[in-house]
Design a protein around this ligand. Structure first.
Ligand SMILES: Nc1ncnc2c1ncn2[C@@H]1O[C@H](COP(=O)(O)OP(=O)(O)OP(=O)(O)O)[C@@H](O)[C@H]1O
Length: 246
């Protein structure tokens, strides 16, 4: 379960990228995060993954309040949330299986158990015959699947992916999406940021649309509202982004 309550996010002294965002995503949902470039889709996903901290408000992920998490507890959260960023951060001088083994190094699993798990992850994304291949020799779609294998090797309850089908052709994009759907079918809560409305409509059961000044949640019957909010401390007026929680 993911719960945002009145979450604000700005970088440094800058403007609010996200302002007063409230929603609840139940276990097993498949959410499409839409919105124009720069609207804050990646920021939203990074907040869920604990890669960024909210400036204000409360975020709960799998029962943990992220704003209260100590630096020591953060890696445990990262294990329950599989993250696939826009830049996949694959290590090009290592083999595919070595990339998938990386998140397991902190778990203290014996080598043979870790290898078996990494193989199972590669198998699930259809890369079982590429375990010794370095990512540089993989196609764009295969590299995305490798990033997914690395994200799911710790068996996370939540999977978040930032534009995983960007720069892929339609068929390859569909194959990637069906990999996500397979994980979602077995209960993994999935959130994907994308610009491809048509493709995402085929897979997602709910959509968040982020735009400057607006946050719309397709699960809400009433449309999200935008109204000015007066900040007592600064007198500054900015858009209020509201979305009733489910
Ligand atoms: N680390 C950062 N420091 C300062 N500003 C940032 C940082 N990360 C993001 N931003 C700013 O926050 C805004 C939202 O960025 P974000 O990457 O979340 O948007 P996005 O909707 O994912 O865009 P895209 O579709 O282009 O990936 C942008 O104006 C961006 O410049």
């Amino acid at each position: 379960m993911i719960e945002f309550q009145h979450v604000f996010k700005s970088y440094g002294q800058g403007r609010n990228i996200l302002a007063d965002i409230t929603f609840r995503v139940a276990a097993g949902e498949f959410v499409y995060v839409a919105g124009p470039s720069g609207a804050g889709k990646s920021t939203l996903l990074k907040l869920i993954g604990g890669l960024e901290a909210p400036s204000r408000g409360s975020i709960q992920v799998n029962g943990q309040r992220l704003e209260q998490l100590s630096a020591r507890a953060r890696p445990y959260l990262r294990r329950s949330v599989g993250v696939i960023l826009q830049d996949t951060h694959l290590l090009y001088d290592r083999s595919a299986i070595e990339n998938v083994l990386l998140p397991l190094t902190v778990t203290g699993l014996p080598n043979d158990v870790a290898r078996a798990r990494a193989r199972a992850a590669l198998d699930k994304v259809g890369l079982n015959n590429k375990e010794n291949t370095p990512p540089i020799e993989l196609s764009g779609g295969e590299q995305q699947r490798l990033a997914i294998a690395r994200a799911i090797v710790n068996r996370p309850a939540i999977l978040i992916a930032d534009e995983p089908t960007a720069s892929l052709d339609k068929d390859t994009a569909r194959r990637i999406m069906s990999v996500f759907k397979d994980f979602n079918r077995v209960g993994v809560t999935t959130l994907i940021a994308s610009h491809d409305d048509d493709l995402m409509a085929e897979y997602a059961t709910r959509a968040f649309k982020i735009e400057p000044g607006k946050f719309a949640d397709s699960a809400n019957r009433r449309p999200a509202h935008t109204e000015p909010v007066q900040h007592a401390e600064s007198g500054h007026i900015e858009p209020h982004i509201g979305g009733a929680s489910r």
